[in-house]
Design a protein around this ligand. Structure first.
Ligand code: FPP
Length: 254
C-alpha cells in the first residue's frame, strides 16, 4: 500500500483544488453493518473529519466545506439528533487547540439560530477566535440546505429592491453569489460524496454548478486521508471545460 506521504506528494505535483465540499454519507449504514448503534458511525465519522481536515491542510487547500447536518436532518429520531449535536459540541471543544495552532479559520453556514445553545455557543466562540487565521477555511454546513440558502438570498435581494436600494437589473449572478452564506469562499471545484449514493441532497446547490463530482463507494467512517488524496488525484484527471470545447481550452492554454 502506498504511504500517505507519497500519495500527498503526488497530489501536490498537480493542480490542487481550492475548495472541496464533502457530503459525509454512510455513517448510519457503517454502524448498522457492524451491529452498532448509528451514533457510533457518526462518532467514527468525526475521526474522518479530523483526518481529512489535516490532510486538506497539508495539501494546501484554501477551503473545505463539510455537510455535517442538513436542514432535513432535524426530522431524524430525536435521540440521533441529540447525539449528533453532542458530537458537534465535543468536536468544537476538543478541536479548539488544533484549529488555533494550525491557523485554521472555522466558519459555519446554515440556519445556525436553530442549533441548541450548547452547540451555538462554542461554535460562535471558535469562529470569533479563529476569524483572523490565514490558513485553511474549514466551513461546517450545519442546519444547512442549499434551497434554504437560496430562499434567504432571494428574500434579502427582494427586500433591497422593494426599498429602492437596488434595481431589478442589479440582480446578477454576482449579486446572488454575494448574497449566499458562502460569499467569502472561493468557487467549489470538487464535491465528494461518500458511501455510494449519487445525489446532491440539497448541498451547495448554486455553488456546485460547475464543480466536478466524485462519488466514492467508501462509507464516511472509512474515508480517511488516503481516500481523500486518491479523490484529489482523480480530480486532476478531469478536464474542466466550463461550457467550452476541449479544443478551445487547449487553445486558451497555449
Ligand atoms: C450522513 O450519514 C451523515 C450525517 C447526517 C452526519 C455527519 C456527521 C458527522 C460525520 C459527525 C459530526 C460532524 C463533525 C463536523 C464533527 P447517514 O447517517 O445519513 O448515513 P446512512 O445513509 O448510512 O444512514
Amino acid at each position: 500500500m502506498e504511504a500517505i506521504e507519497e500519495l500527498e506528494r503526488k497530489v501536490k505535483q498537480g493542480a490542487v483544488p481550492k475548495h472541496v465540499g464533502i457530503i459525509m454519507d454512510g455513517n448510519g449504514r457503517w454502524a448498522e453493518a457492524r451491529g452498532l448503534p448509528r451514533l457510533e458511525g457518526h462518532r467514527e465519522g468525526s475521526t474522518s473529519v479530523r483526518e481529512v481536515t489535516r490532510s486538506a491542510r497539508r495539501l494546501g487547500l484554501q477551503a473545505l466545506t463539510l455537510y455535517a447536518f442538513s436542514s432535513q436532518n432535524w426530522s431524524r429520531p430525536p435521540d440521533e439528533v441529540a447525539g449528533l449535536m453532542e458530537l458537534l459540541r465535543d468536536y468544537l471543544l476538543k478541536e479548539r487547540d488544533e484549529i488555533m495552532d494550525n491557523g485554521v479559520k472555522l466558519n459555519a453556514i446554515g440556519e445556525l439560530e436553530k442549533l441548541p445553545k450548547y452547540v451555538k455557543e462554542p461554535l460562535d466562540a471558535l469562529r470569533a477566535e479563529s476569524a483572523k487565521n490565514q490558513g485553511l477555511v474549514l466551513t461546517l454546513a450545519l442546519s444547512y440546505g442549499g434551497r434554504e440558502e437560496l430562499l434567504h438570498a432571494m428574500r434579502a435581494l427582494a427586500a433591497r429592491v422593494a426599498t429602492g436600494a437596488m434595481a431589478l437589473d442589479d440582480i446578477t449572478e454576482e449579486a446572488v453569489t454575494a448574497a449566499l452564506w458562502t460569499n467569502d469562499l472561493p468557487p467549489v471545484d470538487l464535491v465528494i460524496r461518500s458511501s455510494g449514493e449519487h445525489r446532491l441532497s440539497n448541498f451547495l446547490v448554486w455553488q456546485s454548478s460547475y464543480a466536478e463530482f466524485l462519488f466514492s463507494p467508501i462509507a464516511w467512517p472509512d474515508f480517511r486521508a488516503k481516500e481523500f488524496a486518491e479523490a484529489l488525484l482523480h480530480f486532476q484527471t478531469r478536464e474542466r471545460r466550463f461550457g467550452l470545447t476541449g479544443a478551445q481550452l487547449r487553445q486558451a492554454g497555449t
